[in-house]
Design a protein around this ligand. Structure first.
Ligand code: PRE
Length: 653
């Protein structure tokens, strides 16, 4: 066998090649700025997805010729294009706002050098080729004050995280500031365990961290429950404490990049519960900015609607009328006025656009309070994807039933005269599941639990749920073909606790067994396109709820209900468990616009399952929104013991 080259030699070659690659990337970046300059003159949008598709298709082909896998090539180029788009946006945004053209930005952020806020601010300034003068603060209020008083030009505030949800305190400080939101930026939050060199996890007895990372790494921390936790005001403070302790027995949670500033080593990586852990920051300044028309813009506003039922729905319908998409909705209590909420809305659109202006003017007439917090470039760059055929991958025909694109609707299903439409029946439909009335004016709270081997355990869960005000229990993962007897006993225990029972089904064979056992059935989203199953469910005489497929349109969802109604069964309801969104990972998004639309056009009860759309912190707020939309109820997991005041109030007042 021929002797391979020495490791050192090969590594030298790789190092050399990597340097060349970086040089090429820098050249590409410079060219993309030239593109931005021409787009500035021609007034063309930054994003050209057609060009991106052609580029990716060609690269996949060229990559394949060199033995490179298509997915590898695509993911590399998606990040290169994201960088190109964000750089072009930063360039045009600065050009359009002369007052932002400075050599230095003084930036107020939480903590000290090395904190995630510091890293986000640094990234923001780097992209604008501006030197950052850092102004570390102890609290969000201090950040606002530093900018309001002119001590800093910009303030960085973390607004949401993919694992722990929205950051309520930031929403609260925004209610009272005179500052404007002028930008946003999202950073990858790679939580590591940082300690002095030579330490390892077995030596650690205490961890310092900010409450946010602690909540985002709860799973990792529960595996090391013997280690003491000490809360800090920022990740930077945590790292500083470890550095000053000069001990190998203490550690901090923070980024590897931040840790390096404190001479700390990452002794463990990827601590966050979710694989993709990102934080979005908003940038605030004294003067609002204008966003050039070539850039995708976001406008954030806050409003307080009247106290009457349906006030939020009416306000949101204004956005629909003017074709304005809402990408985020949050609510926070108004200090001093108990039971009232301030709503925070992110809308996709430029404040200078006529439709956005008209919608805001109309909202001003409907609401008790409304204020635009700012209009700024949207930094979410949705990656361009290639279709299966462009990737030369054969579609998996066995999954045909899961794929909405393969389903054709008959015209009668989408007709306005269909049985599910308000044109057919104006009032909300009502159905009965055990003692629970669903639909009409009712708002039901339902719990969801996975079947366990122990009926005693299910009985205890049901009893607790009943005491807490829930009306039904959904059993998931029941695998009826194997567990029929167990499910029978579990249903008996649920009914004995005074709750209705619901079983989730995916296949016809399960449907018939489930119909004999439970008070109601849920057709799993993955089976929503199975016409045979829907027809079979149409022949039953017990309540059937259809879960929306994560990729299904509202029309397809209602068409599934129509199939059941037109086969005979009139006890039909809809469950939305969230749809696929731009968020990475397992988290799904609430399709608020879709829910409003369905509620307007369809008389069937609509329940929302929040198990995959809400985090522990966002759960009460999502529940408030569902109730405000006058939908028929929510389903939450038994794992979610978020019995906060708000949730209790929403569900049971
Ligand atoms: O070609 C353009 O128009 C560019 O802006 C460059 C580029 C790229 O980096 O390749 C970036 C964004 C566009 O969506 C398409 C391509």
């Amino acid at each position: 066998m021929q002797k391979p080259p020495t490791l050192d030699h090969t590594r030298q070659q790789i190092t050399h090649l990597d340097k060349e690659l970086l040089g090429l990337l820098a050249k590409r970046r410079a060219l993309s700025l030239d593109v931005a300059r021409s787009k500035e003159v021609d007034i063309r949008p930054i994003r050209d997805t057609q060009r991106e598709k052609e580029l990716l298709e060609r690269l996949v082909q060229q990559g394949r010729e060199q033995g490179l896998d298509a997915h590898y090539v695509i993911s590399l180029y998606q990040s290169i294009i994201e960088d190109s788009v964000l750089n072009q946006q930063a360039y045009l945004q600065t050009k359009a706002n002369i007052h932002t053209q400075q050599a230095q930005y003084s930036v107020a952020y939480l903590g000290a050098r090395g904190s995630y806020s510091y890293l986000a601010a640094n990234r923001y300034c780097d992209r604008r080729q501006v030197e950052m003068v850092d102004f570390g603060c102890q609290s969000f209020n201090d950040i606002i004050h530093a900018v309001e008083s002119g001590h800093a030009d910009y303030g960085f505030l973390p607004i949401e995280n993919t694992s722990s949800g929205s950051i309520n305190e930031v929403y609260d400080v925004l209610q009272h500031t005179s500052l404007s939101i002028v930008g946003e930026t999202t950073i990858e939050v790679g939580h590591c365990l940082l300690a002095a060199a030579g330490s390892d996890i077995n030596k650690i007895t205490k961890i310092y961290a900010h409450p946010q990372p602690i909540s985002q790494c709860s799973r990792y921390l529960s595996q090391h429950s013997d280690i003491k936790l000490e809360y800090c005001s920022s990740s930077a403070e945590a790292m500083d404490k470890v550095l000053n302790s000069k001990s190998q027995a203490v550690a901090a949670i923070g980024s590897a990049e931040g840790g390096a500033l404190y001479n700390l080593t990452a002794i463990d990586n990827d601590l966050a519960n979710q694989k993709i852990n990102q934080s979005r920051f908003i940038v605030v300044a004294r003067k609002a900015v204008e966003v050039p028309s070539q850039l995708p813009a976001k406008t954030t506003l806050i409003m307080a609607t009247g106290h009457k039922p349906g006030a939020l729905v009416e306000a949101l319908l204004v956005l629909k009328t003017h074709n304005v998409n809402m990408s985020k909705l949050e609510s926070r209590p108004i200090a001093g006025t108990p039971w009232e909420e301030m709503f925070y809305l992110d809308i996709d659109g430029n404040l200078a656009n006529e439709n956005v202006q008209k919608a805001i003017n109309e909202l001003e007439k409907q609401t008790r309070f409304i204020k635009v917090l700012g209009c700024y470039p949207c930094e979410t760059v949705k990656p361009t994807q290639l279709s299966q055929s462009q990737l030369f991958i054969e579609p998996d025909s066995s999954k045909a039933v899961d794929s909405p694109s393969l389903v054709t609707q008959t015209p009668s299903q989408s007709s306005q005269h269909a049985k599910h439409r308000r044109e057919f029946k104006a009032q909300n439909s009502i159905m009965h599941l055990h003692n629970m009335t669903m639909g009409g004016q009712a708002f039901n709270a339902i719990k969801q639990v996975a079947l366990t081997d122990s009926v005693t355990e299910i009985a205890a869960i049901a009893k607790h749920a009943k005491e807490s005000g829930f009306e039904a229990l959904v059993l998931t993962n029941s695998n009826l073909l194997i567990n029929e007897q167990l499910v029978k006993e579990a249903v008996k225990a649920i009914n004995a606790a005074g709750l209705g029972s619901c079983l989730t089904v995916e296949h016809i064979i399960e449907l018939n067994i489930a119909a004999k056992l439970a008070d109601g059935l849920i057709i799993n989203g993955s089976a929503m396109f199975d016409d045979n199953l829907l027809h079979q469910a149409g022949g039953l005489s017990l309540p059937v709820l259809i879960e929306r497929h994560v990729n299904a349109t509202t029309e397809q969802w209602m068409a599934a209900a129509e199939t059941i109604l037109s086969t005979g069964n009139q006890q039909v309801g809809l469950i939305d468990a969230g749809i696929k969104s731009l968020n990475e990972g397992q988290q799904l998004s609430l399709d608020i616009a879709g829910l409003i639309d369905v509620k307007q056009r369809c008389h069937l009860p609509v329940i929302v399952n929040l198990t995959r759309t809400a985090t522990e912190t966002s759960l009460p707020q999502q529940a408030i929104v569902i109730k405000q939309l006058a939908l028929s109820g929510i389903i939450i997991d038994t794992q979610e013991e978020t019995q906060t005041d708000i949730l209790q109030r929403v569900l049971f007042q």
